[in-house]
Write a protein that binds this ligand. Structure first.
Ligand SMILES: Cc1ncc(COP(=O)(O)O)c(C=O)c1O
Length: 409
């Protein structure tokens, strides 16, 4: 069992008052807060170990290199990858997806190729493919959604067919919280010989991930949504594919040999990490993953089920509320996207902020999805390890107060 109040005491920012109220942070899908353990790991690095990696023979450089390499081992363990050489550090999910599009995509797609994504995607799993199909004359297809925001898989074998070269899908929708049955979709993609990419930005922080079991070719996530700093993220890749792929950015650290005429590339994963990486970020990520693994990812998911169901049941009693996304908690992550008639999401967000409650409002970088569901924006509350039922009680009370304030009731 997760003890959220004890966990919250590790997060200095949660002691802050916002507009004279205790901060209630329900914007975890945008970014998570950071525990003191992560903050200290970064401070310690800068105060006692700072040096560049993979190029020095002095003590600091060797210590920094060791920490950076151990961060990769931790990430591999976190997603059950057998090989830390399959782990590439990027700036985040967006860069991980762009890396695949610009290397594997450019090298492997032509006018006969189809890419399949879903109608649930974040912009970062739409826009790179829209650009890539222009360059390669390939085609982009969408797995549609049902009215409840789950995927409509009834025509999947027509959508994923022998022309499909890549299936790139989100594990969890950041807009409405749907959890996709990615294992089945990956299997269907593999049956036609397509490559698979999983956007795990909203799942890796909240539930166990096992790339061995999923058998996906690529998996991307961001450190900042799982207690780590911004500017560090992960691309896991099938090592054989990574070896065959062209390099991404070119420059220092990613080379084997350089002459004035030509260059050759270092082995995977260094081939994809040109320049000085975010060393402190990787060390923060290592510490964040250790924190999460210590709690157990299965327990984190259980905690989120408990508080999300608790919030959902009370929210359903709010007069006229529209909750987007699936009703069944097995298909919903710890995230509730909703609209209240007569109260614009931005007004609700501002009202809640005046009570110390941080939620997200808008299209959540999933503009086509929110439009497809008949809205321009929604309010979104997203939960994490430090959120409690007591906070949800206050959130429900203040939603009701906002309706009175805006004269809805
Ligand atoms: C599902 C999903 N994919 C991709 C991203 C992009 O992540 P980042 O901005 O960290 O690159 C996000 C961020 O909100 C997301 O929720």
């Amino acid at each position: 069992m997760i003890d959220s109040e004890k966990i919250a005491s590790d997060f200095p920012i949660l002691k802050r008052k916002i507009n004279n109220n205790n901060l209630i942070y329900f914007d975890n899908a945008a970014t998570s807060q950071k525990p003191i353990q992560v903050i200290e790991s970064i401070t310690n690095f800068y105060t006692s170990t700072n040096a560049n990696i993979h190029r020095g023979v002095h003590t600091l450089s060797m210590e920094a290199t060791n920490l950076y390499d151990r961060a990769k081992e931790r990430v591999a363990e976190f997603i059950n990858s057998t090989d830390s050489e399959s782990i590439i550090f990027t700036r985040g999910t967006t860069e991980s997806i762009n890396l695949v599009a610009e290397t594997w995509g450019r090298a492997n797609l032509d006018e006969n190729s189809e890419i399949v994504i879903t109608e649930l995607e974040h912009h970062s799993n739409i826009v790179p493919w829209q650009e890539l199909i222009k360059e390669t004359n390939s085609k982009l297809k969408y797995i549609p959604i049902n009215n409840d925001g789950t995927l409509d898989l009834s025509n999947l074998d027509q959508i994923i067919n022998s022309n499909t070269k890549l299936v790139s899908i989100t594990h969890v929708s950041n807009g409405i919280g749907t959890i996709n049955n990615i294992k089945n979709i990956i299997k269907q993609a593999k049956d036609v010989g397509a490559i698979t990419l999983i956007d795990a930005a909203q799942s890796a922080p909240h539930m166990p991930i096992d790339v061995n079991d999923l058998e996906c070719d690529f998996l991307a996530f961001s450190g900042h949504k799982l207690l780590a700093p911004t500017g560090i993220g992960v691309l896991y890749g099938n090592k054989k594919l990574l070896e065959e792929m062209p390099a991404y950015q070119k420059g220092g650290d990613m080379i084997l040999e350089v002459t004035y005429q030509k260059s050759s590339w270092a082995d995977v994963p260094f081939k994809f990490e040109a320049g000085t990486p975010n060393i402190a970020g990787a060390i923060g990520l290592k510490s964040a993953i250790e924190y999460l693994m210590n709690l157990s990812m299965a327990e984190i998911r259980n905690h989120e089920i408990e508080i999300t169901e608790y919030a959902y049941e009370q929210m359903m009693n709010i007069n006229g509320i529209e909750i987007l996304g699936p009703e069944n908690i097995d298909e919903r992550a710890g995230l509730i996207s909703f609209n209240i008639p007569g109260v614009h999401p931005h007004d609700l967000g501002t009202f809640l902020d005046s009570k110390g409650i941080a939620i997200r409002t808008g299209h959540h970088c999933a503009m086509p999805l929110i439009k497809k569901l008949g809205s321009h924006s929604s309010a979104r509350a997203s939960f994490y390890i430090y959120n409690t039922k007591k906070e949800i009680d206050k959130f429900i009370t203040e939603i009701n107060n906002s309706m009175k304030y805006f004269n809805h009731v």
